[in-house]
Design a binder for this molecule. Structure first.
Ligand SMILES: *Cc1c(COP(=O)(O)O)cnc(C)c1O
Length: 219
């Protein structure tokens, strides 16, 4: 299938209430442009270097989502334009985002990344840590940050039960916090597990290979 066909197929399978973030990492700006012309505005990148290389070459109304681990010393490069940082996984990072947002005289929307997978390789805070940070944010100390919600990545497995349990754990935590802190975004689900994520309550999905095809890391 062509890029256009892939995109339309994904769009058609998503209920209208679900936000689609097209994960364009490793793919060239030409492909992003193609999807943009079909109406897509939110794009996800996991590396700062790649995001700042692409951003000036593409339309200014693209909403850039940072979805990968972010080092504090790189926040300054994306602070002027990033639309949502989905992968906030420490207080130190939160402080730096707040500082850089202030320098740019803006408020940066963020999600806290919660570790739900069993694998050690997946980053994120545990639930207790996230809860403490949400409470701290609600004290009003971070004037240049807008906490919008939570993000999680499930274990990479064919076992749907495991994935479902992980998604539901995050959904329960989200439901506990959302009314207290006016959260609106629960970002769960990738190409291989997004229907399950939606069934478990996600309202934003991050889809890469199902739109753009397999990534070629050797290129
Ligand atoms: C790469 C990536 C995705 C998209 O993965 P696909 O399997 O290609 O859909 C989603 N979320 C994060 C955090 C990623 O790094």
């Amino acid at each position: 299938m062509s890029l256009e066909e892939n995109y339309h197929a994904i769009k058609q399978s998503l209920p209208e209430s679900i936000q689609l973030v097209a994960v364009s990492k490793t793919h060239p700006v030409e492909k992003i442009q193609t999807i943009y012309q079909l109406g897509q505005r939110a794009f996800g990148e996991n590396k700062v270097q790649e995001m700042i290389a692409k951003q000036p070459l593409l339309p200014a109304d693209i909403e850039w989502h940072l979805i990968g681990h972010l080092q504090t010393n790189k926040v300054k490069y994306i602070a002027p334009f990033v639309a949502l940082i989905q992968s906030v996984d420490s207080k130190k990072l939160l402080q730096e985002i707040n500082k850089q947002a202030e320098k740019n005289q803006r408020i940066i929307p963020i999600l806290l990344q919660v570790k739900i997978a069993q694998e050690d390789t997946k980053t994120g805070m545990d639930i207790a840590e996230a809860k403490a940070l949400v409470e701290e944010i609600s004290q009003g100390l971070y004037l240049h940050i807008a906490l919008k919600g939570l993000m999680g990545i499930a274990t990479f497995t064919d076992d749907e039960n495991t994935i479902q349990q992980e998604f539901l754990r995050l959904k329960n935590f989200y439901d506990e916090l959302a009314p207290l802190y006016q959260l609106e975004t629960l970002s769960m689900g990738m190409s291989h597990d997004f229907p399950l994520a939606i069934a478990c309550g996600a309202n934003s999905v991050r889809i890469g290979s199902a739109i753009f095809g397999e990534r070629d890391y050797s290129a």
